[in-house]
Design a protein. Structure first.
Length: 423
């Protein structure tokens, strides 16, 4: 049975009549909401917006949330949306769900009927799925507003792809008072109908690297009379990889990948300047803190050894996502209840990808889980121009996050003495 089919009736995995999922008839509520959630997701997918420019998406999200009775604030973190549901007051516990909504500068080749109408833009990382899942959770929780014993905050974040949006929302107070944070990200390596969970490190710390190689130009026929910046830049690209394998501990992986090279003016002129742009990923925080100095030293040595000079700039993008064990277990238990134990996968290894969800975790325990999106024929990787997640994942994400939030509220009320009604 597909997850969408499971959503139309109580899942056979759910047997506890005291479960909030059973108690509130949420399987039927989700089944009723799914057609419109799919339509919303397809609209968002067809109208992608780049980081920091999510104006139409934000307006759509804000309108949907207001219509459901959530208290909505727009322009939080520039183009972000913040919405709340449940009792107000400084003493009321507060739990948050974060989803993101920006797209990528990718020309879509997925072949779906609702492909991007904007040339060169695509939801190639599944943020359209994330936004629709967040709206689905909002739909299921809205009728329970008067029964909630905690406030629920939904953060619809811009600019995750540029690793700026979380910091923007933080600066606008989006995490003020939050006691626990939940998040989700699509994962093409897992089949639809399943989720992946992991305690501790889920993603890597990430940095942005810029290297300018300075040489001396000259005639292409007489390279010995010049200092070829392109040749030196090639030595920097290969030399850094060699140095990583021989100068750093192989038990602490480091990835340096250059994605852009700029240099040269003519086919027969030796270039005097080359600019390299790349990314650095690392799981070990102590090593990550040492990498800027190590890279600077290594690049300078490589350039000097070939007669050139270098300017090196390094920017830390985000720390690793670190999943709180208690919150991760809560999500895993919700997954087992809804999907069955076989469909909750404990991930053995973290990813060297990056997520600025980590910024929101700096002072707040949080957890992010992986949402399986691969259909029977599989799924292409994230950021691929043919990325096409299976839409049955929407029901799975909504179910797991809704029950996780309700379970957290239930547990929090128990910690407070159980004086208030269960959600």
């Amino acid at each position: 049975m597909t997850p969408a089919a499971q959503a139309t009736a109580p899942s056979p995995a759910v047997t506890d009549p005291e479960s909030p999922w059973q108690r509130h008839g949420l399987a039927a509520a989700l089944a009723a909401a799914l057609p419109e959630l799919i339509a919303l997701r397809r609209h968002i997918h067809a109208h992608p917006e780049l980081s920091g420019n999510e104006h139409q998406t934000a307006a759509l999200v804000a309108g949907e949330l207001r219509g459901l009775g959530w208290r909505v604030s727009e322009g939080v973190g520039r183009t972000g949306v913040l919405a709340e549901l449940g009792p107000e007051g400084p003493a009321v516990p507060l739990v948050a769900l974060r989803v993101d909504m920006d797209a990528l500068p990718v020309e879509e080749r997925s072949g779906v009927s609702f492909a991007s109408v904007h040339q060169g833009l695509m939801h190639a990382c599944g943020h359209d799925i994330h936004t629709a899942v967040g709206l689905g959770v909002a739909r299921l929780l809205a009728p329970l507003a008067d029964q909630l014993t905690a406030r629920v905050r939904l953060l619809v974040q811009p600019a995750e792809e540029t690793a700026q949006g979380a910091a923007w929302m933080l600066a606008d107070g989006a995490m003020d008072g939050v006691e626990a944070l939940f998040g989700v990200h699509v994962f093409p390596s897992l089949p639809v109908g399943s989720i992946g969970v992991r305690c501790g490190s889920l993603t890597a710390a990430a940095g942005e690297l810029e290297v300018e190689v300075l040489g001396e130009g000259g005639h292409g026929a007489r390279p010995h009379q010049s200092t070829d910046a392109i040749w030196i830049a090639a030595r920097v690209v290969s030399g850094l990889q060699e140095a990583i394998s021989r100068r750093l501990d192989a038990l602490h992986p480091v990835v340096v990948s250059f994605g852009r090279i700029e240099g040269g003016k003519a086919f027969n002129v030796i270039a005097d300047h080359v600019r390299l742009l790349g990314t650095v990923r690392c799981l070990d925080l102590d090593l990550h803190a040492q990498l800027p100095g190590w890279i600077e030293e290594t690049v300078q040595a490589l350039c000097a050894g070939h007669g050139g000079e270098a300017r090196v700039r390094y920017r830390c993008i985000s720390p690793p996502v670190h999943n709180d064990p208690a919150l991760t277990e809560l999500v895993a238990d919700a997954g087992v209840e809804l999907l069955g134990r076989a469909n909750v996968r404990w991930l053995e290894q973290p990813s060297l990808g990056a997520e600025d969800f980590a910024e929101l975790q700096r002072d707040t325990p949080g957890t992010m889980f992986r949402l399986g999106v691969a259909g029977p024929a599989g799924c292409t990787p994230l950021h691929s121009n043919s990325f096409a997640p299976h839409e049955d994942c929407l029901a799975v994400g909504v179910q797991v996050l809704t029950l996780s939030l309700l379970r957290w509220i239930e547990a929090r009320a128990g910690q407070a003495g159980g004086a208030t009604a269960r959600p």
